[in-house]
Write a protein that binds this ligand. Structure first.
Ligand code: FES
Length: 114
């Protein structure tokens, strides 16, 4: 295998938000690097989900949705998305992009190229 055959470059972590600004069990809207993201501090593992904020149905604001049982429900028409995979629980054809994330020294980072 040559260097150009590598599967993927190392993660590139983008600073998103201080963990203290993320209430447990709710979403927070974060706009950064030209992207609109929903950040969810979950009360189940893993602790955080970072996903695109726009609902694939009609662009509802997912960060304003209700979080329960590892899912977020869009506030507009209540499509529900798994916070682990971003897949809609009503139809696997609808999906929201979920990004790798990590916490370091009280700050949440995401790999927006993941
Ligand atoms: S815009 Fe999200 S369910 Fe309709």
């Amino acid at each position: 295998m040559t260097g150009s055959d590598s599967v993927r470059d190392a993660p590139q972590w983008t600073r998103l938000i201080e963990v203290d600004r993320c209430p447990l069990g709710k979403g927070v809207f974060v706009e950064i690097a030209g992207r609109e993201l929903g950040v969810f501090r979950r009360d189940d593992a893993p602790r955080f989900t970072v996903m695109d904020n726009s609902c694939p149905h009609a662009s509802g604001n997912l960060s304003g949705g209700e979080v329960a049982g590892g899912t977020v429900s869009c506030p507009w028409h209540h499509w529900t998305f798994d916070l682990e995979t971003g897949i809609c629980t009503h139809s696997p054809l609808a999906r929201v992009k979920v990004y790798a994330c990590r916490v370091s020294e009280g700050v949440l980072y995401a790999d927006l190229a993941s």
